[in-house]
Design a binder for this molecule. Structure first.
Ligand code: HAM
Length: 420
């Protein structure tokens, strides 16, 4: 029989204990990012994976690659076109409008899978995970600083040294329109040298040409007018103020050619990049989208947000060590095992910050210690027949070779465990 395999570009994530495993890094990244979110007093929002296709057409823009080529859409049994969400922002706004909460302010986070039918390559998948934040109801100003502070906190938490945060301002609708007109005028005589993709971008959304990967297009663009000339002084001042404020925390660069792949952005936009990622060098992106809520039928709700690509981010982390302490509970002899469960149960209730791995196999002490070392245990708690009969256990340090193992009473073990 033919084997059934996973779909192209969709990963199975499983932490098999290897310390440099991508899955392990992904799970640990998610855990720590959630902690950072709660540190910023953000509240969780969870929306469905499937939505009405029109939601993404209206939010991302008919001109975006996401809607044109990458969306997973199909008809349900009622012949209604539904889509797997390619991103989280549109669903969040849809939900806030539906709950009639689009007149108040919200600070929200979400985490979950997104789907884009892209050509898979390193760092680019068809199912990938995002951790996102949306700050709703606040006009330009403080939220921009809060957002960049959050990005810096994530970068700092994982010690990502090779990281640049690029920031730009797309200006008001009028600034944007004037710049697009100037760009079209500039590119008109060069049309013969643009590839099909860039010609399409030029006709649908000229700003996206700035994001072209084509080297010829990029060399043409060297002579193009700069967005900076079309921006109001207050927009340039905001970029400068953000750069200066975070100068000694993260590397921030103003890049007037930075544009984003989704059409809903207006005003401040940003991306975080690392040269260690290769072609897909951006692991985080976001910006302000003041018009999205009204475009989707809600009130005027000035908003800003961002999303981290978890797989890309996790691949930047070099040998992450788990934030929790791990201990291994080793019983020697399968007949003894059921009798020692109560001790393990009690330990777990005494200190919820420690992870206790109760080893379930009837293998040798050597094999069990090997597993304890592999899963990064700090100590092994060992109980054989002799220890059980004497109500004692052995505590064996696994990380510090200078520390001796010791035999202690079960009560002493409880005290030791509580103090970990
Ligand atoms: P985005 O830039 O399209 O923005 O995606 C954010 C991040 O998701 C990217 O920086 C990248 O790390 C990751 N990502 C995107 N596509 C893939 C893929 N095919 N494989 C792996 N990772 C990928 C958004 O989605 C906006 N919703 C962000 C936002 C929130 N803006 C405002 N609020």
């Amino acid at each position: 029989m033919d084997k059934i395999q996973s779909l192209t570009g969709m990963l199975d994530l499983y932490d098999d204990g290897d310390s440099n495993d991508l899955s392990k890094n992904i799970f640990e990244t998610e855990k720590r990012i959630k902690k950072i979110f709660s540190n910023y007093f953000l509240k969780e929002i969870r929306t469905p994976a499937l939505e009405d296709t029109d939601l993404f057409k209206r939010s991302s823009g008919d001109a975006s690659d996401i809607v044109n080529k990458e969306i997973y859409s199909f008809n349900d049994r009622n012949d209604k076109s539904i889509s797997l969400r390619p991103e989280g922002t549109a669903s969040v706004i849809r939900s806030i409008i539906e709950k009639k909460l689009d007149q108040s302010t919200h600070k929200l986070w979400y985490m979950g899978p997104m789907w884009r039918y892209e050509r898979p390559q390193k760092g680019r998948y068809r199912q990938f995970y995002q951790a996102g934040v949306e700050i709703l109801g606040y006009p330009e100003g403080a939220p921009e600083f809060e957002m960049i502070s959050l990005v810096c906190s994530i970068v700092e938490e994982f010690n990502i040294t090779d990281c640049t945060i690029k920031i730009n301002h797309l200006g008001s609708q009028e600034n944007k329109k004037a710049y697009c007109d100037a760009l079209i005028k500039f590119l008109e005589p060069h049309k013969g040298n643009l590839d099909e993709k860039d010609l399409e971008r030029l006709s649908r959304n000229p700003l996206r040409v700035l994001d072209s990967k084509n080297k010829d297009t990029q060399s043409i663009l060297k002579g193009a007018p700069s967005l900076k000339e079309f921006l109001e002084p207050k927009s340039i001042q905001l970029l400068e103020a953000i750069r200066l404020e975070f100068l000694d925390i993260c590397k921030i660069e103003i890049d007037y050619t930075l544009v984003r792949g989704l059409d809903y952005y207006s005003g401040f936009v940003f991306e975080a990049l690392s040269s260690n990622l290769g072609a897909q060098d951006s692991f985080l992106g976001g910006g302000r989208y003041d018009d999205l809520c009204s475009k989707l039928g809600g009130k005027d709700l000035p908003s800003i947000g961002m999303a981290v690509g978890i797989e890309r981010f996790a691949s930047l982390i070099d040998g992450i060590s788990p934030s929790d302490k791990i201990l291994s509970f080793i019983t020697l002899g399968s007949t003894l095992e059921p009798k020692t469960y109560k001790i393990a149960h009690r330990l777990r209730s005494l200190n919820k910050n420690v992870i206790l791995d109760m080893q379930l196999s009837d293998s040798s002490l050597k094999a069990k210690l090997r597993r304890a070392n592999k899963n990064n245990s700090e100590y092994a708690i060992i109980i054989g027949e002799e220890e059980f009969n004497n109500s004692t256990v052995i505590i064996k340090p696994l990380k510090d070779e200078l520390k001796e193992q010791q035999t202690v009473s079960v009560d002493e073990l409880f005290e030791f465990y509580k103090a970990l």
